[in-house]
Write a protein that binds this ligand. Structure first.
Ligand SMILES: [Fe+2]
Length: 222
């Protein structure tokens, strides 16, 4: 058969075959669809969230809300394992405090989802997961002491700054969207993150001084 329908079908098959050159409008459109699908898949794998279905600010706000929610959940899941590798008493205390705060922040976000009548979607923040899993792996390769604790502090600071940037952006978007009460809730979490950042900076100088003098498993000096 050499009718037009068959010819178009064959062109379509040739277009999706690997290594074939793309010709014709239908071939280009199929290629564009394929590329778009690959990009969306890559985006989904990288962000851990579904691609946005709309260009609206409200949808962007909801998507970033999901990202920070999953970040808090990842932190709650992995931080106890990092905490188990930390030996400095002040750092243990600070990480334990931050873990409790993450639980409160997660509940705050669940309250916001409820107010906005949004489902708490499944998924995870791959950025946060990669950051914390990498921290855990690198820490496990070091001996217990000030250098390993310094690494833990630096890695957790990356996580804190990641969340500070998310909460800051969410507050600005919430105000523009008229979600003033929600902005107030998010502002509480931002203030907690910023306080954690200050506490970490306070501990860091002392910790780095001790790390600079560490030889093998030299104990802490207090
Ligand atoms: Fe947090």
């Amino acid at each position: 058969m050499t009718n037009e329908t068959e010819t178009q079908t064959n062109i379509g098959k040739a277009d999706i075959a690997p290594g074939k050159s793309q010709t014709g409008r239908s071939g280009k459109l199929q290629m564009q669809d394929k590329e778009r699908s690959s990009l969306e898949k890559a985006h989904q794998q990288n962000s851990g969230t579904k691609p946005m279905q709309s260009n609206s600010l409200k949808k962007l706000f909801e998507k970033e809300l999901e990202v920070v929610y999953h970040s808090e959940k990842q932190l709650i899941k992995i931080l106890p394992e990092i905490l188990g590798l930390v030996s400095h008493p002040n750092l243990q205390k600070e990480f334990s405090h931050h873990l409790k705060q993450a639980g409160i922040q997660k509940e705050r976000l669940e309250h916001i989802f409820h107010r906005l009548r949004l489902d708490k979607k499944g998924g995870k923040s791959l950025s946060m997961e990669m950051l914390l899993e990498n921290a855990k792996k690198e820490m496990s390769e070091l001996e217990s002491g000030a250098v390993r604790d310094s690494l833990a502090l630096i890695e957790l600071q990356k996580a804190v700054h990641f969340e500070i940037s998310l909460y800051g952006s969410l507050i600005d978007m919430a105000e523009v969207l008229g979600y003033h009460k929600i902005a107030d809730f998010l502002d509480k979490s931002l203030a907690e993150e910023e306080d954690t950042d200050r506490q970490h900076s306070f501990i860091a100088r002392n910790l780095y001084n001790q790390a600079s003098q560490q030889v093998g498993k030299e104990p802490y000096r207090h």
